[in-house]
Design a protein around this ligand. Structure first.
Ligand code: PLP
Length: 392
């Protein structure tokens, strides 16, 4: 089976992890600080807080921003559950903003319309979580302008997008968002096994996220309530969690990060090759924007059942039977039973629902070969006319 995504682990990675295993610090040691500094350098960010998953990073970001009961978090329905769960973990209400049909990203126009209505109703969100779907940044300039106008915080879910750029700035620079969250799960662009990080330019926010990842405790006398009993004292200032990343994971992350540019370049080259070969088939392909350099986490096509003479589900099953590890991103979050139980219904976010109905994610990762990619293309159950239009 050719998987849709997979990690690439080198001898250098193994050596970096082994060195930590033989060191004094398996967790809470210097490898974490090094990885955080490496992330800041890569993204041009002020502060990075490494945690045990992007799910945790989204949670500590929202908690540190003060999201709580009575507040609202808005995100995209075309995402993984965690973007919305961050709101629920904080006791806030979650709502969604529909996507642009071409990119799968939150529509800034739909967001503007929803905000105007919410202002009238006195129901503005406290946090908005745009998701950089498939590795391509959302159009952040208008979203940032809306954040200033309506006073909400922006937490970018960049789980797909480390190594991407928006108008020349690396995703994570903090130019358009309060916090940017990366994931280092093995299917993502780089991995720490499990792992995630929250980046911000705001020192206070970073300090609070750092505290929340470690039970809400401090060892800094300046932050304590009264003088410490002694040098052993730590104080719990607020309820936090154990969301710490280990030093093994951080060492793997620093080692992987050195190859990020090469990984993204390889993914972009393979994506361009899919686009070139499939351009004549009438399949809907990811659009290209000169202002946005995608990290190309995913290559999602829109299946045209009428033209191919075979539906999306049958095409998916055909590809799986042929050993092609296709996937579907994403079943709209608002239609999950958990969210339907909160009153969400089909038809509320029609672009996300239409996107889902046609989406097939083709294999794309840094170690995919052109021969494997050719096998993917040859296995697509296209009509004879479409097949003739596949470029060599
Ligand atoms: C993978 C993913 C997450 C969660 O990442 P974990 O590190 O597995 O917790 C969040 N949002 C999106 C869009 C993702 O793809």
């Amino acid at each position: 089976m050719i998987p849709y995504g997979r990690q690439h682990v080198t001898d250098d990675d193994v050596a970096a992890v082994t060195a930590v295993l033989r060191s004094d610090w398996l967790t809470q040691g210097p490898a974490i600080e090094r990885f955080e500094a490496d992330l800041c350098r890569q993204a041009g960010a002020g502060h990075a807080v490494a945690v045990n998953s992007a799910t945790s990073a989204l949670h500590v970001a929202c908690a540190a921003l003060g999201l709580g009961p009575g507040d609202r978090l808005w995100t995209s329905p075309n995402t993984f559950l965690a973007s919305a769960y961050a709101g629920l973990y904080c006791g806030a209400a979650v709502d969604f903003v529909d996507i642009e049909p071409a990119t799968g990203n939150m529509s800034a126009t739909a967001l503007a319309d929803a905000l105007a209505a919410a202002e009238l109703a006195g129901r503005l969100p406290k946090v908005v979580v745009p998701v950089h779907f498939a590795g391509r940044s959302c159009d952040m300039e208008p979203i940032h302008a809306l954040a200033r106008r309506y006073g909400f915080a922006v937490v970018e879910d960049a789980a797909h997008a480390i190594g991407g750029r928006y108008r020349g700035d690396p995703v994570g620079s903090g130019r358009y968002a309060d916090v940017t969250v990366f994931s280092f799960h093995p299917v993502k662009v780089i991995t720490t096994t499990e792992g995630g990080a929250a980046l911000t330019g705001d020192a206070k926010l970073a300090a609070r996220m750092r505290r929340l990842r470690s039970h809400g405790t401090t060892r800094d006398p300046a932050e304590m309530d009264g003088p410490p009993d002694g040098p052993w004292t730590y104080q719990a200032l607020e309820l936090g969690w154990n969301y710490r990343m280990t030093d093994l994971q951080a060492a793997l992350g620093s080692s992987q990060l050195q190859r990020l540019e090469g990984y993204v370049a390889r993914r972009a080259a393979l994506a361009a090759r899919y686009t070139r070969r499939l351009a004549g088939t009438g399949l809907t392909l990811p659009p290209v924007d000169p202002e946005i350099d995608s990290a190309w986490h995913l290559y999602v096509i829109g299946w045209d059942a009428e033209r191919a003479g075979i539906g999306r589900r049958a095409a998916f099953e055909h590809l799986r039977a042929a050993g092609i590890g296709v996937q579907v991103h994403y079943a709209p979050v608002h239609l999950q039973p958990l969210f339907r139980a909160q009153g969400f219904r089909p038809g509320q976010f029609p672009n996300a629902e239409a996107y889902y109905a046609r989406a097939i994610t083709l294999p794309l990762h840094a170690t995919l070969t052109e021969e494997e990619q050719d096998r993917v293309i040859e296995s697509l159950p296209l009509s004879p006319e479409q097949r003739r239009s596949v470029a060599a």
